[in-house]
Design a binder for this molecule. Sequence first.
Ligand code: SDX
Length: 434
Amino acid sequence: MTDRTATLSFSDGSPSVSFPVLSGTIGPDVIDIRSLYGKTGKFTYDPGFMSTAACRSAITYIDGDKGELLYRGYAIEDLARHCDFLDVCHLLLYGELPDAAQRADFDQRVTRHTMVNEQMQFFLRGFRRDAHPMAVMTGLVGAMSAFYPDSINLHDAHQRDISAIRLIAKMPTLVAMAYKYSVGQPYMYPRNELAYAANFMRMMFATPCEDYKVNDVLVRAMDRIFILHADHEQNASTSTVRLCASSGTNPFAAIAAGVACLWGPAHGGANEACLNMLYDIQAQGGVARIGEFIEKVKDKNSTVRLMGFGHRVYKNYDPRAKLMRETCHEVLSELGLHDDPLFKLAMALEKIALEDDYFVSRKLYPNVDYYSGIVQKAIGIPVPLFTAIFALARTVGWIAQLNEMIADPEYKIGRPRQLFVGATPRTVKPIAQR
Ligand code: SDX
């Protein structure tokens, strides 16, 4: 807390009012305006929450100007290079990287929950084979609420912890099932001897007809994709999970709401949209047509955006994009695809955009989605599944943020107000007089 205050004065002579200014450990101070309506009868107005801190949090910190991203104080570069995804899950959930004993226990707990109830497969049969994987995932994650009555009480920390492990453990199985269903192949069961990312790759690409050989470079790349997407402060889908959980609903329903929100092309759906954008440019002539495409993006009358570029918070390079580009090089080299025309096109497009004043003046840089699609395509992930993999990775962040909110003594059900611009009171007239 602090004794610093911010004072609001009114030009209409209404009395000034003061509010406390609160400081965190790092990052911008906040003005605590919780008493504003009580003191003034006025609301703040901030559609899109451009200047609003919706909560206090100790999980993820982003400095958009420096291009800095910290999970519980650790730089994303440090975590991506020295940890794996389950280390990061433990860190996000419990606040610390695990020691050897804690890691062995966490591994064991996650491994024991990777199978899903056999009934879950019958939900998939209700979908068309060409259903978008995010439609399937929204349904399957929400359906989990019906299978685990022993871990749906949001206000019971033990039940929240069990549902967290179940969700982290089962998301790879469900995403792989959504994929297998779309290609008409049999589901592959998880294997307890495989590590998390390797288990996912096997469930995705193995068939019952032969043993699956794990490629360590591709597994490491998949694990890094999970780490880079694990959490990201109060983004749209995380805010959706918090708002949804604030009603006291169960963890599976709240995470299903996050999956639904992440689907949007302005958010998690951008990696799919970015790859489709690169395909379109390639189909029209590739690098030679980049100039024409950039002009379309800059044309105010067109709705064309450079997908994978820009960010509400990063006004410098998204540190995840740099790491994703590094992973891109590793995977394409491993697969002998360093001449991949799509990757070359993406690099050329990035170079041209970063030299163009339209992007520079608006501080538009590549974000995590710009290269993640190219890596996933090289690994063999179909484009429509990209966002489902984003949801798989972000599940741990959503859960950590949900748990933090429920444990916060200040939390209440979220219920924003509005600036009403509709009809003033009027009476119903008989139809003949309307
Ligand atoms: C993710 O919040 C998170 O943390 C999200 C995320 C996470 O990990 O959870 O990081 C994941 O969602 C990354 C973002 C993925 N989305 C995309 O790549 C889609 C393309 N990008 C944009 O649509 C946009 O940049 C947003 C949505 C990401 C951010 O939009 P803002 O902050 O609301 O900014 P804006 O739309 O008001 O744009 C400001 C200006 C506008 O131009 P002017 O009206 O000032 O002339 O920049 C322009 C926009 O037209 N602009 C773009 C652009 N992004 C913004 N112009 C062309 N191409 C773009 N990509």
